[in-house]
Design a protein. Structure first.
Length: 479
């Protein structure tokens, strides 16, 4: 949803060692990784980045911070636990780290990390407290914004991307109101037949008894088409929108860009593309699409190029990555829990309950960050003004003290909407009903056509502690 510098990379990167190594070798790695936390090179590199220097080499940073993500969480000294490390997400080894923190240190401080010093808020109730109190915990970009590693800025510079998710009231409230009408139930009901028709078309073209990548052929297609509809831009441009959304996630990935600055150059093409539509729609009568809404409202009609780009990126990433990863996550979850898949096949009427459970189980945005505006207390810990905090939605959604059998995927839970995945308070996801509707329609159409979608290869996970995502999911539809 915003800049996650140094956070995204190809699976395998950031990993120092192999899980098959002997424990004694691991101990050495532990020393290397944790027992020299003041490593000047490592900390210096990430400080440069957080100071706004976007010419830091992505590769150098990645190498300096490489860890063994399979090192047992239980063996790491508590004060060294750093659940923000992207390698934990690529290797799906994050869960034990969060389980330990929820139990032993639910509001946890970690000083030396790739993203700088930060507090981890890991329990459901504490996450709600932070999300509810925007007067204590700010989303403001100039203070660091909503992703760990976000850069605090005194003034807008060439690489600042103001967007309303990274604003506090009153500006946040005014700009959020501009796009809210797009997501009200009446409009969603009007969109539904179109989504159903597109979902049907995508599914009808899939091969049977032949392995393919579900992410590319289904999840990306459906969300890409939806984005082009919301902005009312040509459908043939949808993959451009997906590309720009991916670019934001890959700014820190040496596989894609040598430096974050290089990645930004791509985003300037995105700005050029949308500026044309924004200016043209100012001259046309208002219509019901996101660009026209921004072009005609008092609070958004005179945005600077950076602010236009920021808000467009918010809407692209918000509408793309999250829903895409829920569509893929659902297939993965049903395959990991075959009894639940069987239950669904026996009773497709469970789809409306299953959809929020998929979103909880996947939690497509692992965290949102905040900055403390005053000295305060949280979970018995003293938080100082200016401290950065991560609300780990992904951990809140596994909190056994709030959610029964939280680690399990259960498609007929009594209260499936009780989860943290959409956030809470004034920034609660504005697109949540649209996301649920897309997933509902998709599963209804899948059920009409196929008896089973089988995961037939290892999923490739995204290396990011912000977007909890699936890059590739090999599946076979049985005929
Ligand atoms: C399963 C899918 C989705 C998930 C899990 C999700 C999650 C989130 C989360 C966690 C937040 C921040 C909440 C907070 O800080 O308290 C958010 C905000 C937002 N989301 Fe979503 N989202 C999803 C789908 C969408 C869709 C389809 C759109 C539509 C374009 C969208 C647009 C936004 C926007 C614009 C915001 C900023 C709201 C604000 O600051 O007031 N999201 N989303």
């Amino acid at each position: 949803m915003c800049l996650t510098l140094g956070n995204a990379a190809k699976p395998g990167a950031w990993r120092k060692n192999d899980q098959n190594q002997h424990p004694s070798q691991r101990a050495t790695q532990m020393n290397n990784q944790y027992l020299n936390p003041d490593d000047q090179n490592r900390n210096g590199l990430s400080e440069r980045l957080r100071g706004g220097d976007l010419t830091v080499s992505n590769k150098e940073l990645q190498d300096a911070w490489a860890i063994d993500p399979h090192y047992p969480a239980a063996d790491i000294p508590l004060d060294r636990l750093d659940p923000s490390h992207p390698a934990l997400f690529a290797s799906d080894t994050l869960w034990d780290h969060f389980a330990r923190l929820r139990k032993e240190d639910p509001v946890h401080y970690h000083e030396h990390s790739l993203v700088g010093p930060y507090w981890s808020v890991t329990r459901y109730d504490d996450i709600m407290t932070v999300d509810k109190h925007h007067e204590l915990f700010s989303s403001q970009q100039r203070l660091g914004g909503i992703t760990l590693g976000g850069i605090a800025r005194e003034d807008d510079d060439a690489f600042a991307l103001p967007m309303f998710i990274q604003e506090d009231p009153p500006k946040h409230d005014k700009q959020r109101k501009v796009v809210t009408p797009m997501f009200i139930p009446r409009n969603l009901a009007e969109l539904e037949p179109l989504i159903r028709q597109r979902a049907g078309q995508i599914l009808d073209e899939l091969p049977i008894n032949e392995e393919f990548n579900w992410v590319k052929h289904v999840s990306v297609e459906l969300t890409g088409q939806m984005l082009a509809t919301l902005f009312d831009v040509p459908q043939e441009d949808r993959l451009k929108l997906v590309h720009w959304s991916d670019t934001v996630q890959n700014l820190g990935d040496p596989e894609f860009f040598e430096t974050p600055e290089q990645g930004f150059q791509e985003l300037f093409a995105c700005l050029a593309y949308f500026t044309e539509f924004y200016e043209a729609r100012k001259k046309e009568p208002p219509k019901f699409d996101l660009i026209s809404m921004l072009a005609h409202d008092e609070s958004t009609k005179d945005m600077s190029p950076q602010e236009l780009l920021g808000n467009i990126i918010l809407l692209i990433v918000g509408g793309n990555d999250t829903t895409r990863n829920s569509i893929s996550g659902g297939v993965l979850a049903l395959n990991k829990y075959p009894a639940q898949y069987e239950k669904l096949l026996q009773n497709p009427g469970l789809i409306p309950k299953m959809v929020p459970e998929i979103i909880r189980w996947q939690t497509p945005l692992a965290h949102m960050a905040r900055t403390a505006l005053v000295d305060t207390e949280l979970g018995g810990k003293h938080i100082k003004k200016g401290d950065r905090l991560a609300m780990w939605y992904i951990s809140g959604n596994r909190d056994e003290s709030y959610i029964d059998r939280a680690d399990e995927f259960i498609i007929d839970r009594p209260n499936p909407r009780n989860h943290t995945a959409f956030g809470y308070g004034i920034h609660r996801c504005v697109g949540n009903r649209l996301a649920e509707m897309q997933l509902n329609v998709m599963w209804e159409e899948i059920n009409k056509r196929f008896s089973k979608i089988e995961v037939t290869g290892d999923p490739l996970l995204l290396t990011s502690s912000f977007v909890h995502g699936i890059r590739e999911l090999p599946v076979t539809i049985r005929g």
